[in-house]
Design a protein around this ligand. Structure first.
Ligand code: URA
Length: 266
């Protein structure tokens, strides 16, 4: 069976949005946390909240006259997959994840931005879209604009491979969990990813990259470092505000640059 069979006119079941509500937005900023939607949208022009259903809070704003949707994905790959499915039906073509992350390389600092060049698919959702041999890679054009925007603003950043895990504790080899146990097959995994040059752990990018690619759409990932896993398992809440601001500023700038270079996306 080929062709688009989803009902693209209806209010989408999980995210509570319709084509009409998006006002033609083809760019979407995707933080995980619903509480980050309005603060990020505040960096856009004429921002207003649209709706909230389950973990999906949404707002619409503009970069110059380009409409941009901001919508939370919730935590992890399954809810991110649902977000991409339903936004794609509504005409979104360019997805920028704006997340938080734990760095696993010693040269990375708190507050640094990490722009992913690819992601380890340590989650199950993307495997429902493409075999595990399929690479989780972002859009080169969008990623280059994130780098350019970050440089323009002079924020500290790193580019490299991200590991997207299906769990916050064992999959990221954290021992401060309820049981304190990490199954044998994941013991030593943090060191292995380090030795393979992986920069950071988070939970959404590989599903986003894989699903967007299989749809012929474009995705990129920008994350702020809130944990230094070479030093501690804890997240450092005191960098949240700085990270949130940096993500919003860079994403806005990247849309402007991308639109300037490529025109109306499609
Ligand atoms: N998000 C993660 O998935 N891991 C971290 O360490 C921090 C944020």
């Amino acid at each position: 069976m080929t062709g688009i069979i989803a009902d693209t006119k209806a209010i989408q079941y999980h995210i509570g949005l319709s084509t009409q509500m998006l006002c033609g937005a083809q760019y979407a900023f995707l933080p995980g946390d619903p509480d980050r939607v309005n603060p990020i949208a505040a960096f856009l022009d004429d921002a207003r909240e649209l709706t909230q259903h389950r973990e999906y809070r949404s707002a619409l704003g503009y970069v110059d006259d380009i409409p941009v949707l901001v919508m939370s994905t919730g935590i992890g790959a399954p809810s991110t997959g649902i977000a991409i499915e339903e936004l794609a039906r509504l005409g979104v073509t360019h997805f920028i994840r704006l997340g938080t992350t734990g760095a696993i390389q010693p040269h990375v600092h708190l507050g640094d931005l990490i722009i992913s060049e690819g992601a380890v698919r340590l989650e199950g959702t993307s495997g429902h879209y493409a075999p595990i041999a399929y690479p989780a890679v972002p859009s080169l054009a969008l990623t280059l604009k994130l780098i350019e925007a970050t440089k323009l603003r002079d924020f500290p950043y790193q580019t490299g491979i991200t590991c997207s895990s299906d769990s916050f504790w064992p999959g990221q080899e954290r021992y401060d969990s309820f049981s304190g146990y990490v199954p044998r097959h994941l013991q030593g995994s943090l060191e292995e990813w380090q030795r393979l040059g992986v920069l950071n752990f988070e939970m959404e990018s590989s599903a986003l990259f894989t699903i967007a690619r299989t749809f012929g759409l474009h995705a990129a990932s920008l994350c702020g470092v809130i944990a230094l896993r070479t030093q501690s398992e804890a997240v450092q809440q005191n960098v949240y505000a700085q990270v949130k601001e940096r993500l919003a500023i860079v994403a806005r700038e990247a849309v402007r640059l991308h639109h300037q270079a490529h025109g109306t996306p499609l």
